[in-house]
Write a new protein. Structure first.
Length: 292
């Protein structure tokens, strides 16, 4: 069973798995590789592997790396979700020829009866010039957005190619202004019958490399603050707190805490990304139905 939630607000967001146990993600905020303010060193990203099915990174002008947008025109102040750096996926010489991304195989494995919530900041970098010595590369026209995909997978070679459990396939396209981040949140519940139980979990962050418009092709996607939580699956959408399988006051308290924090896991009713009385009504309806 899978459920996709897109969160179109940044400020005040807390990872949607609040109350779950964090699953370790190495270099989740991309701080392990140093970048001075306003610079964008390219190359391998610590803890992550390049995902490059079409070998585009062998072509000049296409890179992975990190960007530190502080004191630069690349992102508005206070937009970076975590720390000083974000991962960059930059494709300028192979636009429209396939995706490029970063992937990480985790130590954790897929467990039956667990709900996994993956939260990732997705950035639409603005045009500009880097700070010295990166100003030697000149002005970068980064208007537009080439699209993104965030995947949670299970499996790894030689067990066979990883299988996608759940993905956000560019649902925030058109909703991330230039120079800002928004959060993508996806959720997957592992059933006992799932043949992928016991396989290693994997995360992929992808620049879809799809031309936005001929005038503004996009070129770059940035990612930050990658967090994965795991919690026992509840018996309904209102079963938010232990003991799971029982709807009680603890679930109400958890709902109110998450609602107050604009947490995407309690964005239960339209319009998406807005936390209002419709979400409260939806929760009360689920609570009233009870557990099966």
């Amino acid at each position: 069973m899978q459920r996709l939630v897109t969160v179109t607000t940044f400020l005040g967001l807390i990872a949607a798995g609040a109350g779950g146990a964090p699953v370790a993600v190495e270099n989740h905020g991309f701080e392990a590789d140093f970048a001075a303010d306003g610079t964008f060193p390219v190359g391998p990203v610590s803890g992550w592997e390049a995902y490059d099915p079409n070998d585009l990174l062998s072509v000049g002008g296409n890179f992975t790396g990190v960007v530190n947008p502080n004191n630069s025109p690349f992102f508005l102040p206070d937009q970076l979700p975590e720390g000083n750096n974000a991962a960059l996926l930059f494709i300028s010489n192979a636009i429209g020829l396939g995706p490029v991304g970063l992937s990480q195989t985790l130590d954790a494995t897929l467990e039956a009866g667990m709900t996994y919530t993956l939260s990732v900041g997705v950035g639409n970098i603005a045009s500009g010039t880097g700070n010295p010595p990166f100003d030697q590369f000149g002005f970068f026209d980064l208007d537009g957005f080439p699209g993104y995909r965030v995947e949670l997978l299970a499996g790894e070679p030689p067990l066979g190619p990883p299988s996608v459990l759940v993905a956000d396939d560019n649902t925030l396209f058109g909703a991330i202004p230039e120079g800002e981040f928004r959060f993508s949140v996806i959720e997957f519940t592992a059933e006992a019958s799932d043949p992928r139980i016991g396989l290693p979990l994997m995360i992929r962050l992808i620049n879809l490399n799809e031309q936005d418009t001929p005038e503004d092709p996009g070129i770059e996607v940035d990612f930050d603050d990658v967090r994965l939580d795991a919690s026992p699956a509840g018996c309904s959408g209102a079963d938010l707190s232990a003991p799971f399988g029982v709807l009680d006051v603890a679930d109400v308290v958890t709902f109110l805490q998450r609602f107050g924090a604009s947490d995407g896991s309690v964005d239960l009713a339209a319009p998406a990304g807005v936390f209002d009385v419709a979400d409260v009504v939806a929760f009360l309806q689920l609570f009233g139905v009870g557990c099966p």
